[in-house]
Design a protein around this ligand. Sequence first.
Ligand code: M6R
Length: 613
Amino acid sequence: MCGIVGYVGNRNCVATLLDGLKRLEYRGYDSAGIAVVEDSSLHCIKECGKVSVLEKKIGEEWPLWPEKACHIGIAHTRWATHGAPSCINSHPHIDSSGRFAIVHNGIVENYAALKRHLIDHGHTFNSETDSEVIANLISECYNGDIFAATAAALRQIVGTFGLAVISLEQPDTLIVARRGSPIVVGVGNSENLVASDIAAIVAYTKRVIFLNDDDIALITADRIDIRNIDNVPVAREIAKIDWSIDAAEKQGYEHFMLKEIFEQPEAVGNALRGRIDEQNITAILSGLSMTPREMTQINRILVAACGTSMHAGMVGDFFFEDLAGIPTSVEQAAEFRYRNPIIEPNTLIIPISQSGETADTLAAVREAANKGATVAAICNVVGSTIARESGRGVYLHAGPEIGVASTKAFTCQVSVLLLMAVKFARTRRLDRENAKAILDEVKQLPELIRAVLAMAENIRVVAEKYGSADNFFYIGRGYLYPVALEGALKLKEISYIHAEGYHAAELKHGPIALLEPKVPVMALANDIPGKDKILANIQECKARKSPVIATATVGDKEVESLADDVIWIPACSKYVAPIVTVVALQLFAYYVARMRGCEIDQPRNLAKSVTVE
Ligand code: M6R
C-alpha cells in the first residue's frame, strides 16, 4: 500500500527521501514522487513505476539538486485506489495556488462533494484522485495559521488519512496527521523525519513517536509539537526501536523472502525468548495482563485475522480446543463486523496481524471493543494501531518482515499461539507432564526449522520439476489443513500459479474432478494423527494420474513408496508440525517463483499491508 516519507533538517533532503522510498518499496506501489521546498518554490517530480525510475527522472530534470538548499520535503509511493496508476495521479499533490504540497495514505470517502465545493470556490484539479482534494482544502482553509488550516481541512474529511504537508507559507515546518493510517515521527538531532512505516527512517534514528488518530504534529528541524485536531497539546512518548537497519536489508540474499525464510530459527527463538516458565511449566506472556482466575473465566475464543495471519489463527483454533478445551472459532476479519458476532462477557478476541495495520482486522478489534470484549492481539510491528488499540497482547519480536509474502510472521504467530494455548490450558486441564513435553519440543523449534532449511537444495530440485504447472492442489488434514491453505497461498501469490488449498477429505466432494496428469498435488503426509487417511487420499490422486509431492517424516518408507517426490520433514509432534512443515512449503513456493522469473518480493497487485477495507 502507499508509503510516506518526510524530512526537515540541516541536510539536503532529496537523497534521504529517495532512500526512504526505496525502503518502502516492499509495501507494493505503482508510482512515486517527491516535493521539496527550494528557493521559495515547491519543486515536485513524480513518475510511474519504480523509485529507480523516479530517481533517474530527478537526475535528468534536476541534475543540480545535490547543490541546492532543500532542507524540507515529502515523498510518496502510491498504490492506486481512486484513479489509475499514472504520473498525474501519483503524489505529491499541489493545490491550485501552488503553495501546499501533500502526500496522503488512505481514502477520502466524501471527496466528490468536497471537490465540487472547491471547484465552486475557484480551485482547479489535475488528477482523478481523492487526495488532491486535501491539498486544495488546506489552501481554502488557510488564513495565516498552517495548523488551523490543516485541522479545519481534516475536520471536513470523512475517511482515513496518514498525511504529510509542506508549504511555502511556513517553509520550515513539516505537518503530519493521522486517522486510521499510521504515521511515525523519527526524532533526530537537528533533523526530524516522518514516515508511514519505521523501515523508511530507521537508518536515521531509532527514537520514534507513534501518532494517535486525530493527532496533528508540526515539526521543524528541532521541534515537534503535537496537538489533537481541536488544538489541544497532547503528550506522546518517544519509543525506542529495537531492530537495526541490517534487519531491513537483504544481507546477501537474493530476495527478502528468502532471507526471511532463513531467519526463522532466530525469529522463532526471539518469539519464544523469556516466555517459558520452567518452574511452573507454563508460558510467560505478561502482555496478556490476565490473572489465572481471569483466564479460567474465558469460555470462548474468537480469532479475527486475514490471509496468512488467519491461517495461523486456524492452527491456533486446534491448540485452544485440543489443549485448553476452550471452544474457538476463526473469523475472516473482513466479515467480523458485518455478521453481528455474538460476543459474550467471557469471550476473548484474538486479532492476529503481522503489520498491526490491516484495515479489516482493525475494524474487528473496534467492533469487539465496542461490544465489551476482552481483546488480546498478536502483532509483529511494535506500536502498530492494532497492538495499541487492543491494549493487551503479545508481540512476535520477529523483526521487520519486508517480503510481501508473509513467512516468519506465520511461524512466530503459531509459536506464540501455542504458548498462549499452553498457558490457558495449564489453568484448566493440561498437567505438568504433558505441558513439559510440549514446551520441551517448542524449545527445539529453532533446530527443527534449521533441519528443514538444510534441505533447501532438495526442495529447489523438486520445485523446479513441477514449476511449470498451471494448477496445483495442496491437501492436508487436522493440524496440517491450515498449512495446506498457507502453502497454496504462498505459491499463488508469488508464482502466480493457480493453487488451491483443500482439506484432503473434501477432494472427493468436487475438486477431484480437476485432477489429471498436469495437476500436481502437494499432500501433507507427515507422521502425525491423520496420516493413514492422507495415504488414502494420495491413492485417490494417483488413481487420477495426478503427480503427488508429499511432505513426510524423515525415513517414512510408506509415503516414499506412494508419492512421486518427497519433501522430508524432521520427526515432530502435531503441535509443532505446522510450524516446521510450512517452512518447506515456503521454500517450495520461493523456488517455483524464482524459476518462473517472478518479482518475488513485490508480487503484482499485492501490498504488504492492506490498510483499506
Ligand atoms: O499484516 P497482516 O498480518 O494483518 O496481513 C494480513 C494479510 O494481508 C497477509 O497475511 C497477506 O495474506 C500476505 N500477503 C500473505 O503472504
